[in-house]
Design a protein around this ligand. Structure first.
Ligand code: GLA
Length: 379
């Protein structure tokens, strides 16, 4: 009987938050936190899927799939199967087991890893011939049509196209992906999981996307020759703002500034890569840290997707010795903070932070070490 094991990673994003559905460039990477899938052919024509960590399973026959009304992880499974072309005519017997080291709801894209890993595995198992980009788009479509989250394409691209020790510059207009290195010369990136999971996160996300699409539709009416936000001139921005409500103005200003910050960080990465071994990277790392802090401020004050717990952690971590900068990461309203620290930084100093966070919010934060990894692959 045929068998296959697939690993699908979660992701971080260095910079370019909320830019993937705003025609920007984003800088994500796959990380060494995975969903591991085992695919196995079985007798008969039924499907059995086991979510090992949750101790849940779903067994169905193909003619039940379309009309099923699943919840939780099963929604994604249903979406991927249907969009991959499996339907009531399918006659295969299949057993899938999966388990995960990606914390759920921590902003590390566990749902993208679920969709991408499942789609990739089915594609390999049945030699369906889809490209990685097709699988990314199909996984995004699953989020849109089955989970109701109008996400961009960053998470799926990171999970499918990640490269060990590299970040990706993903151009969300052309879909071009350019891996690049970020030599940190002893400095380090790690995550702090706030453990906050906000129920309204997906509706708040969709609302931001809708307001930005509305702004873009208006921009196209006012400036018919404008191709995308990247080309918007300051005079055009001023004219457009006169037609936008105050909230959308703030969001747009964040987007425009974050786009410029992405360019600045790409330049910094380049300069870090070109440093001679005897040159001190500190000035560049300090600039990188400042960019992270500025993005956090923009997400908090202008795009308004942070929350008190993340802001508390941001302030507290940035007050520590050896921290270059930090920012909330992902869609927002909870999840992780991405932190850049120098080689002098000592994690042990953070016990006081753990306790004060706990006494303020009743939550136990967690450090997550990260290594940049390859995208979805067969083991
Ligand atoms: C979520 C979405 C992504 C992206 C980020 C914010 O992770 O799934 O598409 O928009 O939020 O950058």
């Amino acid at each position: 009987m045929k068998q296959l094991r697939v690993l699908a990673p979660g992701r971080i994003n260095l910079l370019g938050e909320h830019l993937d559905y705003n025609q920007g460039i984003v800088l994500p990477a796959a990380i060494d936190r995975y969903i591991e899938f085992d695919f196995k052919e079985i007798e008969g024509s039924r499907v059995l899927i086991e979510a090992l960590d949750l101790k849940e399973q779903w067994a169905f026959s193909w003619d039940e799939l379309n009309t099923s009304l699943p919840a939780g992880w099963k929604i994604y499974v249903k979406g991927v199967f249907l969009l991959m072309g499996f339907d009531s005519h399918s006659t295969l017997g299949l057993h899938i087991r999966f388990k995960s080291t990606i914390p759920i709801g921590a902003g590390l894209s566990s749902s993208a890893a679920l969709c991408c890993g499942l789609a990739f595995g089915l594609n390999e198992f049945y030699a369906l011939g889809k490209t990685r980009m097709e699988l990314a788009l199909l996984s995004q479509q699953t989020e849109h049509e089955f989970a109701g989250v109008k996400c961009g394409l960053m998470d799926q691209v990171a999970s499918l196209f990640g490269q060990a020790n590299h970040l990706l510059a993903f151009d969300c207009i052309s879909n071009e992906i350019t891996p690049f290195e970020l030599p940190l010369n002893g400095a380090q990136l790690f995550l702090i999981d706030s453990k906050v999971k906000h129920n309204l996160a997906s509706s708040a996300y969709n609302e931001r996307r809708a307001s930005m699409e509305h702004a873009w539709a208006l921009a196209q009416v006012l400036f018919p020759n404008l191709k995308n936000w990247r080309d918007l001139k300051p005079t055009e921005l001023a004219r457009l703002n006169a037609n936008l409500d105050a909230t959308t103005q703030k969001r747009l200003s964040y987007v425009i500034v974050e786009m410029a910050r992405v360019q600045a960080v790409q330049k910094l990465a380049n300069e870090l890569a070109l440093l001679a071994p005897n040159q001190n990277p500190e000035a560049l790392l300090a600039q990188l840290g400042t960019c992270l802090n500025q993005t956090h401020a923009g997400l908090r004050n202008l795009y308004e997707v942070s929350c008190p717990e993340l802001d508390f952690l941001h302030e507290a971590i940035c007050a520590q010795k050896g921290v270059w900068g930090a920012r909330m990461m992902g869609g927002g309203f909870g999840g992780c903070l991405l932190v850049l620290v120098s080689r002098e930084f000592v994690c042990d100093n953070l016990q006081a932070l753990v306790s004060s966070y706990n006494s303020n919010y009743g939550l136990h934060l967690e450090w997550i070490d990260i290594h940049l990894s390859d995208g979805v692959y067969v083991v």
